[in-house]
Design a protein around this ligand. Structure first.
Ligand code: COA
Length: 214
């Protein structure tokens, strides 16, 4: 567990019997985790599911205008139907998304999202993250991104990239801490490009070395 996670109290608990409710085929069950936040609240961290569409739309709608604009780099109030489908129906390999979920009055509510999707042009994985305004500053983004970087490495990606407004201090801080390089995007005033090379997963490099040797 990282220092920040222990500081912010993201203590892994257990998966419990959640696995009984999830599809087994292709779903990375090993990424389902229940953690305890500093305020004692239990948070489920798990890959997104198609049946999360309504909850994910509610999460996006409930972000402040500033957070929504920072996440999507557009002034949208909610996600158009096709985009909602695309963001919740993923293959967990070329497109991976984690959500953090709590129970509010017995109902599950998504409070954070982090994802990467393969950019077919560059072959790198494009990262995006958002945390509900009331839950910001508690280490959630950092915890989700750390998990995504590990998963991207296992999936064989060599690089994670992202884009942010130049004035987005929290994400620039987060990016610097996670060892992303930060550069202005030529021709796109006020937008920064974030890039981080990922060391291949040890098992994968061994496998690739064996394949190359054949
Ligand atoms: C950027 C964002 C995802 C950070 O999420 P978060 O859960 O609050 O971040 P964390 O709590 O994990 O904090 C990570 C680091 O950023 C720092 N940070 C958080 N909020 C900050 C702020 N408002 N100003 C400066 N630094 C900040 C934290 O102190 C922490 O640094 P530390 O480890 O040195 O203490 C969140 O602010 C957000 O959802 N913003 C709107 C969407 C967005 O901007 N997405 C990014 C573009 S895709």
């Amino acid at each position: 567990m990282s220092t920040h996670e222990s500081r912010s109290g993201l203590r892994p608990i257990s998966v419990g019997n959640l696995s009984e409710e999830l599809p087994s085929h292709g779903y990375p069950l090993e990424m389902v985790e229940i953690v305890e936040a500093a305020n004692g609240q239990h948070i489920t961290v798990r890959p997104i599911l198609p049946l999360d569409a309504a909850k994910f739309q509610a999460f996006v709608r409930n972000l402040s205008d500033a957070s929504r604009s920072n996440r999507f780099l557009h002034n949208l109030k909610e996600l158009p139907g096709q985009m909602l489908q695309r963001l919740t129906r993923i293959d967990y390999r070329t497109h991976m998304a984690l959500v953090a979920e709590i129970l509010r009055e017995g109902m599950p509510v998504i409070i954070a999202e982090a994802r990467y999707a393969c950019d077919p042009e560059s072959g790198s994985a494009e990262l995006a993250v958002a945390v509900a305004d009331d839950w910001q500053g508690l280490g959630l983004a950092k915890a989700l991104i750390r998990r995504l970087i590990g998963h991207a490495a296992s999936a064989g990606f060599g690089r994670l990239t992202g884009e942010t407004w130049a004035g987005n201090a929290p994400v620039l801080h987060l990016a610097r801490e996670a060892e992303f390089s930060i550069r202005p995007v030529p021709g796109a005033s006020g937008v920064f490009r974030l890039t981080r090379n990922i060391a291949p997963h040890p098992d994968l490099s061994q496998q690739q070395a064996l394949t190359a040797a054949e």
